[in-house]
Every structure is written in C-alpha cells, then in structure tokens.
Design a protein around this ligand. Structure first.
Ligand code: PCD
Length: 793
C-alpha cells in the first residue's frame, strides 16, 4: 500500500507528540507470533466447555434430555437453564437494563441461542457430547421482518417479561419536533427517502472466549476474558453473580481485534464461571466462527425514514427522521443509559441546520441480540450514513454538485464551539479547510471531467463524497453511565528510582497500539523516552478503575487521564528538584526531561536524578511524601468531535454490476496526533471495514429466521484484493478541552467511508436514474438497480 502524507503543515506546531512515528512497542511479540491470546492460555487441570445452540429462531422448549451426554466418559458436567434457575443465574442483566437468557429455560428466541453447556476433559469431547443432548422443540412462528414486529397479530417474543404485551422496547427522541415541523411547513423543497443500514457484524479475527478459574479455598475468581472493558466486567460480575468484587480478578490478555464485539458479557463467559464453580477446576470456553457471527452482538440494523427541508438553491434547513431499530431477541445494546439509541442524534452531521428531530423506536425480533457499536461511537455510524446519503440525494434532486452543497452548508470555523440542534456541543473544526484539501488531493474537477467523458462512452464511473463528524470519548460522567457506572477513566504513573516509568491504564488495547501511544503521552509530558515507559493494562488487580475501550474513548478519556497524571508527577518533581538544588520551586524552569534554575541552565536535575532523589535521602519539603507517583481519574468535560472528508472513486462493470473501488482519498482531523503511523494504520483498517460494509458484509435472515450470514462463506469481509491503495492526508484542529488536544481516530474511517462508497456507486448509476441503493452494493443489487428493478434481498 502506498502511504502518501504530503501535508506541509505536519511540522513544527503540528508535529506529532512524544517522539512521533515511533514503531509499535508491542509489535516484536506480535510479528514473531508470540502474542498471548486467550486460547494460548492453558491452566493446570483446565477443562473445556461447549455450548449447545438452538437450531431454530423461535420455539418452546418441551424437554431437554442430558442423560447420554452425561454418560460420555470425558464429560464432567452438563448444565441446562433449569440448573441455572436454581442458582438464580438463568437470566443475566444486559447493558441496556433488559435481561438475557444465559441458557434458555422456557423458549428459544433466536437461531444460535444458548441452550445447554457441556464441560469435558477436552474440547473435542465437549463438542461431541453436544450431539448427545436431546432437545424437544415446539416450533413457533418467528418475527423476522422488523416492520411487522409491532403489528397487532405479531407473536410476542418476550413473554418472559411481565407486562410485555408486544415487541416494543423503547421510543426515544431528540431535537425539537414542533420547531422542525415548522421549518418543513414553509420549506421550498422537501426530499424524503428511506435509508437502511443493514445488520452487519464486527467479526474480529479472534472470536470471543473466557477461562474461569475459581478457587474454592479463598473464594477468588480469576477470569481471563476477551474483553474490551475488564473493570466494567468485574463490577457487573460482582452485581450479577453476587461474588464479592475484591475476589474477582479480570484479566484481558492480548486481544485479536475487538471492534465492539468484545464489549458485552456473553452467556459463554458466565457459563465458564458456573462450570468452574461446579467442577472446581478452570474451565475454558472459546466460540467458533459461526457461533461468533450468529450469536454475539451484531451491529446497525436501522431502517431510517428521513426528510430534508431545503431551499431551492441547496441550503439545508432541517432534517427529521424516524428510525426502526431491530435489537433482536434481547436488548443487549451497549449504550450509555440516557441514550438507548446511542449517539444517533448526531445525525445533523457537519451542517448548520435550523432545526432537527429524530425518533427511534426499538423493537424485538427473533434474531441475535445486540446491537453493538461496531467501530462506532454508539450509533454514530448510522447517523453519518443517513445524513451523508440524504445530502447526496438532495444534491441529485436539485441538480447541484455534491461538493458544492456541502460547502454551502458546513458549520463555519467561527461557530465553534457549536451547539447543534439535538444537544451536542461540537468542540472544534475547520471543515471547509479539510474538505478543500480532500478535493485537491483527489483532483475533483479533473475526476468530474473524466467521468463525463466515460459516461459519453457508456462507462460507469462514480465519485462519492462523505464529510463526517463523530462524537467520541464518552463521556462527561454527569451525562453518561453504563449500568450506573460513570464514564470516567483512571490512570496511574509511577517513576522508579532509576528514572524508568510505568503507566497503568484502565482501558484495554485490542490491536490499536496503546502500549506505544500511551508511553508517548508520558514521554511528551515528562521527557523520559518511550522505551523506558512500560504500559500496563488489561488486569483489574493491577490497574485503576475505568470503563474500557470502545467508542474511540481511550485517547479522549484515558489519554487525558495519563497526561494529567504525568503533569502531577512533573509538578511533584519540581518540588523535589528544588530541595535537591536548595532553591525555591518558583525559581525553576522546565525543559523536556529536566528542571533547571531560571537564568542558570547548568544548575538542574534530570527526571532520573529527581526520581533517585525522591526515593533517596534528600530532605523533602513539607507535604512531599517521597515518591514520584501520581494517580488521576479523568472525567472529561465534553466529548471530542473528530471529522474527515472522504472521496471515493468507483468503476462499475456495466456487464456484471461489480463495483471496483479505484481510488479512496481520506483526509482526517483527529486534533493533536500522537503517533502518525498508528493513525494511518487505524485509518487504513477502518476504510477497509467501510468498503466491506458498503459492498459485501451482510447478516440476513430467511423467513424462518435462519441466519444467512453464519460463516465466512456467506459473510464476506474485504481483503487486500478488494481495496485500493489508500490516499490519506490530514489537518490538525486540536480539541480545546482535551489536555493534549487529541481526539479519537480509531473509528473515524469505518464511520465515514460507507457513505462515500455508496454515494460513488449511486453516482455511477445516475445515467439509469438511480438515486438510492441500499447496502451492501453487491453485484446482484447493482445489476437490479441498473435494470430499474427493486433491490433483491
Ligand atoms: N491515536 C493517536 N492520535 C490521536 C488519536 C488516537 O495516535 N489523536 C492512537 C491511539 O493512541 C490509539 C489509536 O490511535 O492507539 C486509536 O485511538 P482512539 O481513537 O482513542 O481509540 P481507542 O479507544 O484506543 O480504540 C478503540 C477503537 C474502536 S472503538 C474500535 S471499534 C476499533 C479501533 O479502536 N477497534 C480496533 N481500532 C482498532 N484497531 C485494531 N487493531 N483492533 C481493533 O479491535 Mo468500538 O466502539 O469497540 O466498536
């Protein structure tokens, strides 16, 4: 892949912090195949668990016969929902205040639902024994079509819940409905469309798993888990299982990709714990690929009906939308409490509107529960897709250029901090500057000329634009919590006597490079080289409390915590240096790595000397207790609002409908950049994800509720073959409230790229009169659209 970063501003004040394009400190173990993932861990005497899953989407369980399975010579336990009922563990709370069956007791409600758990001496025996369990199902009519879920005659899925008389979960709204309607009533142009973001899956390379090791003597549970949020999991386990929190240690080893899939607590994790308590031995459970795709948190699944009010010359005045959100059989969505539809209400995008209103209706269907924010800060992805598709549709209907209409409607630099119409305060942005850089990198005018020539020859070339604003870094704890846990993060920095440091994080890396970038933040603040700074994470016994890594919150929240903790250390170092130099602290000045006497630079102490002094024999001033450690819990004042301008060029094969992404230009602004190489990697990965969703990824269901995306034969993910050489660039607009000005970047490209790709495909199909096409733009769908036919399912 070619990496092109030509921004001349990338020097001096825009330089990356803390030693810049540092190679990743974690890579020596990864590139040698020496990472330690969950399935690499083998504890002495460890047993293996496997889950029996429902073959049907909706059925009453008449009986479960486990006799034969229990008779298998290598089987130690077979656990059913009835057994769990006795322990009060058959149902577990979800992150959205619903309950989810750990093992089905009365009914199964989606294909792949957990029905029984076998613990055996090895994995093969556990799997074999699943086939010896005899379950008698009485099959019921499933609810598959979300549009029919609220019909009066629809089967009620959640009859386990008292008072639940239909499949309705929630209605949630944001913005001002009346004010929005008023703008619509007098608008020159109103344009409407139904935009679908289909069900997709994060599908990380490593599937989910857990090893539970319960020690019956001291009652301590050590739980190895593929989790993005070890501390939150520990607390939830304490609340759910009634285990004392100080007796739970959650260890998250190396994670082979999370992408939101490893935020929730899945039945398999709880079953591993129950298995260990029952057998007195460690129990490992690791799901296979189909289990991952069919039962763990899916993403998206939003049907969005939207209207845009505009002037005839393309000034966008208001947007309103009603969304039907398919949450599957249990509402296991991971969202801050106040926001059952996540941060969807950022659907006003990057534009200065007069009014906006959204209503989201969540419903149950007989599908796997979720949905999770797959590379997405709680539904920002859906929001960005909606507004960026709608802006293009408006442009097409008004015969305006999609670049011009965006330029006309952007929030202007002087309007920041910008209060949008649904309650967000965007921290900073220079949208036009970033957008113009993307246009010039793409050679936009030239591309349009080329397109016109090609069209004249019957060739289908499309140019798609997307400009996105995200809201990442949840969040100010007064607004945001998950199950009552406020969304702040702790960080601890310790400087050892010889001047080497350790920083302990509450967040958990899944491949994005925290062991490098957090060392860089400390390095920048205190002048110790990054290689002398150890980053510790993923073990609740050894790290401060915090809510974990998702929604691109590590840099905005934990990054702030680390910067502030390090500044505390620096401040303390000043007092110790003053004592060592026998001067007053006010007389000292800081230069990277060293305090020195103002006016006499020869008189100074390096951090290493100060560290030794702190632990040595120097008489320390009042109130300085003699170490160089500090701890901070950072509760961010606001979220951060990274943004970007993406331009995609596609060629559509007129004979087959196959879409080839020829070029993709991505200009991102994530404020202060810590490690440009890591940022590029994050962007490349996210763009690949985005192309996947736009063109091939899809979890579908047949009318019986059978999952049609249950393996990588059906659920296509992109490879290097399907993506172009990415052309990336950037601008730097620091966050004014973040301690180092950084915003998140990990999700930007996944959020911003699908609309650029789809806009390009629709643009290519303009000669056929096509103005909208739903994802994924597979060859059969594109072909159907070219023939003027409805989208095939
Ligand atoms: N950075 C820098 N600078 C800036 C920002 C950032 O440098 N300014 C970097 C950091 O440090 C890191 C990264 O970059 O390392 C990222 O970041 P952020 O944005 O903050 O984020 P985080 O939190 O860390 O992470 C998370 C994300 C997410 S969310 C997702 S999906 C994905 C991403 O991340 N995932 C993943 N990326 C990645 N990568 C990898 N490799 N793997 C994975 O898994 Mo969700 O919500 O969960 O759905």
């Amino acid at each position: 892949m070619t990496v092109t970063e030509t921004n001349p501003a990338a020097t001096d004040e825009n330089r990356p912090i803390g030693f810049g394009r540092l190679q990743r400190k974690e890579d020596p173990r990864f590139v040698r195949g020496k990472g330690r993932y969950l399935d690499d861990i083998a504890l002495p005497g460890m047993l293996h668990g496997a889950i029996l899953r429902s073959p049907v989407a909706h059925a009453t369980i008449v009986s479960i016969d486990t006799t034969e399975a229990l008779a298998h010579p290598k089987v130690l336990a077979v656990i059913t929902g009835k057994d769990l009922e006795g322990l009060n563990l058959a149902w577990a709370p979800t992150l959205s205040y619903d309950v989810q069956a750990v093992l089905a007791t009365d009914k199964v409600r989606f294909q792949g639902q957990e029905v029984a758990f076998v613990v055996a001496e090895d994995r093969y025996a556990a799997r074999d024994a699943l086939e010896l369990i005899d379950v008698d199902y009485d099959v019921l009519e499933p609810v598959v079509d979300v549009r029919k879920a609220l019909d009066a005659d629809a089967p009620i899925i959640r009859d386990d819940k008292e008072g639940q008389t239909n499949n309705h979960i929630f209605d949630w709204e944001a913005g001002d409905s009346a004010a929005t309607d008023a703008v619509f009533d007098s608008a020159e142009v109103v344009i409407s469309e139904e935009v679908i973001y289909p069900r997709v899956h994060p599908a990380p390379m490593e599937t989910c798993g857990a090893i539970a090791d319960y020690d019956p003597i001291d009652g301590k549970l050590t739980l190895y888990e593929t989790t993005q949020a070890p501390h939150a999991h520990r607390t939830v386990f304490a609340l759910v299982a009634g285990l004392p929190e100080h007796k739970i240690r959650v260890i998250s080893p190396d994670i082979g990709g999370g992408f939101g899939n490893k935020v929730g607590i899945y039945p398999g994790y709880i079953l591993a714990v129950v298995g260990s308590i029952v057998t007195g031995k460690p129990v490992k459970w690791v799901e296979d690929r189909s289990e991952n795709l069919m039962s763990t948190s899916f993403a998206r699944d939003y049907i969005m009906k939207a209207d845009v009010a505009a002037t005839r010359d393309g000034r966008i005045l208001a947007v309103r939308t009603h969304v039907i959100a398919d949450h599957g059989a249990f509402n296991a969505s991971a969202n801050p409490t106040k926001y059952p539809a996540g941060f969807f209400h950022i659907f006003t995008g990057s534009y200065d509107l007069e009014a906006a209103y959204c209503k989201v209706t969540g419903v149950y269907t007989n599908k796997a529960p979720g949905g999770v924010a797959y590379a997405c800060s709680f539904r920002v992805t859906e929001a960005v897709y909606l507004i960026e598709r709608m802006v293009d549709i408006v442009a097409a209907k008004l015969e305006l250029d999609p670049a011009q209409i965006r330029l006309k409607n952007f929030i202007r630099p002087e309007q920041f901090p910008y209060a949008n119409k649904t309650g967000w305060e965007y921290d900073s942005g220079e949208y036009e500057k970033t957008f113009r850089l993307a246009l010039s990198r793409a050679g936009y005018e030239e591309l349009r000329r080329e397109q016109a020539e090609k069209r004249a020859n019957g060739e289908l070339m499309g140019i798609g634009i997307s400009f996105f604003t995200e809201t990442v870094g949840a969040g100010p704890r007064r607004h945001m919590d998950i199950l009552g846990l406020g969304m702040a993060d702790g960080a601890e920095v310790r400087i050892h006597p010889t001047g080497k440091a350790v920083v302990r994080l509450s967040v958990q890396t899944q491949g994005q490079g925290h062991e490098t970038t957090f060392a860089q933040i400390v390095a920048e603040e205190i002048g110790i080289p990054p290689e002398d700074i150890e980053v510790v994470h993923g073990d609740t016994d050894n790290t401060p409390f915090g809510l974990g890594t998702y929604g691109s919150r590590s840099t905005p929240v934990s990054g702030g915590a680390v910067a502030l903790a390090t500044r505390k250390v620096r401040e303390k170092a000043k007092h110790i240096a003053a004592a060592m130099l026998e001067v007053r602290p006010e007389d000292l000045e800081w230069e990277k790595g060293r305090w020195f006497v103002a006016g006499d630079p020869t008189q100074g102490k390096t951090m290493a000397e100060i560290a030794m002094g702190a632990h040595g024999t120097v008489e320390l001033p009042e109130g300085i207790d003699g170490n160089l450690d500090a701890e901070v819990t950072y509760n961010p004042p606001n979220l951060t609002f990274p943004y970007g301008a993406y331009i995609c060029v596609v060629d559509v094969d007129p004979g087959t409908g196959y879409v080839k992404v020829r070029r993709f230009i991505a200009v991102d602004d994530c404020g202060t950049r810590i490690n440009p190489m890591i940022i590029e990697g994050q962007v490349h990965g996210g763009l690949t994800d985005g192309v996947g969703m736009a063109l091939m990824e899809f979890i579908g269901f047949d009318e019986s509720g059978n999952c049609l995306g249950g393996s990588f034969m059906d659920y296509l993910i992109p490879t290097a073959m399907e993506v172009p050489d990415w052309e990336t660039d950037f601008t730097v607009t620091p966050s004014p409230h973040h301690p180092i000005g950084a915003k998140g970047i990990g999700e930007s490209a996944t959020v911003g790229s699908p609309p650029a790709v789809v806009n390009a495909v629709v643009d290519a199909l303009a000669p056929f009169g096509v103005t909208h096409l739903d994802m994924p733009c597979t060859p059969d769908r594109v072909w159907a659209a070219m023939q003027g036919r409805a989208t095939p399912p």
